[in-house]
Design a protein around this ligand. Structure first.
Ligand code: PMP
Length: 389
């Protein structure tokens, strides 16, 4: 293929995306993330669940870490990119979640790639829930294991896939709190099934940590699975913890194995010190203010009730996320713009983030939403309902 035929293909592809309402456009945010209420417009689109990304205690800790350790980490953690701050944070995170050990990656995406492809390989089986986040899907593909995709919240299908396998080693991978509809995986049941069939359960707690369970310890902890030898969790530091980065949390043997084998750990520059500092401060705030998690869940419930009171089909939230099903991608874009006109920023989910015909608006709650933000949400969702007739 010559360069010109690539360019012609790009143009053609762009035209098709435009016609299908699937073009995505970058828009620069015009200010910092808070603190307090989500600024202007009201932020119901981001993942700053506890409002900590703009908390002065978190931003000051980020600045201190950068001054102490540098603007970047300077290398892979196996070479020069590891600091005492990274290791302290790993101990604090593992302790908070009740796990033996943790390993910090430079994003949640890379933590998922690392844990799945570091543990599973050719000749293994991965049973993967159909609504898993894209990073888990990519991780499964990267592993070269055989992948059995099962239905949503279907532990019996998981059991069937495990029982009929020919592979010796098997893994079950699932989101804890699903990122689009905000519902919860049946973790206790999945762990039982895994145990009965000698499989390891890998759980993505991106939307669980800081939001779900006792003091925001996540869904694995809430299911009584913290510290289990056959359960491994991943977290992102970019949502509740107001920073960036990710981590694998679980048995020490798993963490040690990943240090030697996870390519997204070995061949990636270590997480920037400022991010480690911010996440450490946020974790300390979460530990000392355990009510934050309950507050974000209550606010999500209130957003859900606001949407349903307006007559919209919203999903009942288990964590911070609720979404309003629309269907058509172009209409979804139009409705997100309508919310923006009413001073509220909402998520606009279209394929490939969701299946064809399942486009939706996603609303994410924050712990620091107040009466003014709820009033704006009521106005915006009322306008959406009116437009839908
Ligand atoms: N897993 C889930 C469920 C997510 O929603 C996200 C982020 N959108 C990730 C993993 C990736 O985390 P990060 O943004 O830290 O790469």
């Amino acid at each position: 293929m010559s360069t010109s035929s690539v360019l012609a293909w790009l143009e053609e592809h762009e035209r098709k995306r435009e016609a299908a309402g699937l073009r995505r456009r970058l828009r620069a945010r015009t200010g910092g993330p808070g603190p307090g209420g989500g600024g202007d417009p009201v932020d119901l689109a981001g993942n700053n669940y506890l409002g900590l990304a703009g908390d002065p205690r978190v931003t000051a800790a980020a600045a201190r870490a950068a001054l102490a350790w540098g603007g970047g980490s300077t290398g892979s953690r196996l070479v020069t990119g590891n600091t005492a701050a990274h290791e302290e944070f790993e101990r604090a995170l593992a302790g908070f979640l009740g796990a033996e050990a943790a390993l910090v990656f430079s994003s949640g995406y890379l933590a998922n790639l690392g844990v799945v492809s570091g543990l599973a390989g050719r000749g293994d089986l991965i049973v993967s829930e159909c609504l898993n986040h894209a990073s888990l899907i990519d991780a499964c593909r990267l592993s070269r294991a055989r992948i059995a995709v099962v239905g949503h919240n279907a532990p019996d299908e998981v059991a069937q896939a495990l029982a009929t396998r020919s592979e010796e080693r098997a893994y079950v991978v699932t989101d804890a709190v699903f990122s689009v509809d905000g519902d919860l995986a049946p973790l206790a049941r999945l762990a039982e099934v895994c145990r009965a069939h000698g499989a390891v359960l890998i759980v993505d707690e991106a939307h669980g940590i800081g939001v779900y369970g006792e003091g925001g310890r996540g869904a694995v902890h809430a299911a009584g699975l913290a510290g289990s030898p056959d359960v491994v969790a991943t977290v992102t530091l970019s949502k509740s913890l107001g920073s960036q980065g990710g981590a694998v949390v679980g048995p020490r043997a798993v963490v040690e194995h990943l240090v030697d084998t996870a390519r997204s750990f070995i061949f990636d520059t270590g997480l920037a010190p400022a991010c480690v500092g911010a996440a450490s401060a946020a974790l300390e705030i979460l530990r000392s203010e355990p009510e934050l998690a309950g507050r974000v869940r209550a606010n999500a419930r209130r957003l859900y009730e606001t949407a349903t009171a307006a007559g919209l089909a919203a999903s009942p939230p288990k964590g911070a996320v609720t979404s309003v099903r629309i269907g058509d991608p172009e209409l979804t874009v139009e409705l997100a713009a309508l919310c923006a006109q009413h001073g509220v920023s909402v998520g606009c989910f279209r394929p490939p983030s969701v299946p064809d015909g399942a486009s939706r608006l996603r609303l994410t709650a924050r712990a620091d939403l107040g009466p003014e933000q709820f009033a704006a949400a009521r106005r915006a969702l009322g306008a959406v309902a009116e437009r839908l007739g």
